[in-house]
Design a protein around this ligand. Structure first.
Ligand code: PMP
Length: 354
């Protein structure tokens, strides 16, 4: 039975990744052991961690100035780990949505936070481009894709201040100049492996200036020294991430996926704009290519629409609990056919109810 999985996260994974992971849960690389049973200090696992790091750096065009870490605690832990390591006095943040707001809330516990733009009063429907980053900021924090409301930053500021970016919901979905960032973090699972792991990519030169006595798990330097195995990492999640990165390369890499993602998003936004029953509230130039939010203009039709898409084996289309409406998450692994199928359902609904 074909299921169209529009979940926001954990979300759809490439079929090949699920299949290979399932085989490896039974017998990993003909070792006779499950991937769930290997030691995190074994050669088998060291190879996984090395390969995953290598693939990430190659895909992003990053050299040895950068370290790649696989941590736990989600992006949520990064909200405090970042200021703990990088904030001496002040940092600049963009408040572009729920997760950005949470990052700001945590950072305020460590020092002064200057919010350069807040979209709160406009329900986060657009992202300001013209803001000024004062020169005395320890870093500038932004969220490249706002998963809940469905906005995405298309350009990043040119600044000498280190840029820290939460890419949890659009990492590996497009080609960017990744060298412009001093720290990138992304928690699984959307475009990377199974949940329970957060990738942190750090330009090493930004560390060590803060002389605070940081608890070991919170200290990036200690994780770098320990090659992400300071404590037991999430072996399975790192393994599935490696498989997902291999899948991305087999698809042709970030540029190819970016084009596919743009195409899927364009088709869906076109339908929402054309269809008399639906609307999208996001400023056109900030529309996300990963999370497409939309609403029924007439809320009374919700029951009918919900009945139809659920019957057609579409899952995960409900909007976030804070927002209501609908959200189609169309990450890398979501096939074009699922988007086309949803569009057909929306067209059919319009024919019946407009
Ligand atoms: N940032 C963004 C952009 C997110 O989408 C999410 C949720 N997936 C988070 C942060 C929080 O991540 P976690 O639940 O892994 O802490």
């Amino acid at each position: 039975m074909k299921i169209h999985n529009f979940n926001a996260g954990p979300s759809i994974l490439p079929k090949e990744v699920v299949k290979k992971s399932a085989q490896s849960v039974i017998n990993f690389n003909d070792t006779g052991l499950s991937v769930l049973e290997i030691s995190h200090r074994s050669m088998d696992f060291l190879e996984i961690i090395e390969k995953t790091t290598f693939l990430i750096k190659r895909m992003m065009g990053l050299n040895e100035d950068y370290a790649v870490l696989f941590l736990q605690g989600g992006a949520t832990l990064q909200f405090s780990m970042i200021p703990y390591n990088l904030m001496y006095k002040k940092a600049a943040y963009l408040d572009t949505g729920f997760w950005a707001y949470n990052a700001i809330k945590e950072a305020k516990k460590f020092g002064v936070v200057k919010v350069l733009f807040s979209g709160k009063n406009i329900n986060y429907t657009s992202i300001e481009k013209d803001y000024h980053i004062p020169c005395n900021m320890d870093y500038f924090h932004c969220t490249s894709n706002n998963t809940i409301v469905g906005t995405q930053m298309k350009i990043f500021p040119k600044t000498s201040t280190p840029i820290v970016c939460d890419m949890s919901s659009d990492i590996f979905s497009r080609k960017l100049d990744f060298c412009q960032f001093s720290l990138i973090y992304a928690s699984a699972q959307k475009n990377i492996g199974s949940a329970g792991m957060t990738i942190v990519i750090i330009k090493k030169e930004i560390l060590g200036k803060n002389k605070k006595n940081i608890p070991s798990y919170m200290d990036y330097k200690i994780h770098i020294q320990n090659n992400s195995i300071l404590n037991t990492p999430n072996v399975f999640s790192i393994y599935t991430s490696m498989l997902t990165l291999e899948w991305i390369e087999n698809q042709g890499g970030l540029f190819v996926l970016e084009k596919k993602n743009q195409h899927k998003a364009k088709l869906l936004y076109n339908e929402i704009d054309k269809n008399s029953l639906f609307e999208n509230k996001i400023h056109e130039e900030n529309r996300s290519n990963m999370n497409v939010s939309f609403f029924l203009k007439n809320k009374d039709l919700e029951k009918e629409f919900n009945k139809i898409w659920k019957k057609e084996n579409i899952v995960g289309l409900d909007g976030h609990r804070y927002l209501g409406g609908y959200r189609a998450s169309i990450y890398n692994a979501l096939p074009l056919e699922s988007v086309q199928f949803l569009i057909e359902i929306m067209k059919e609904f319009e024919r019946k109810f407009s």
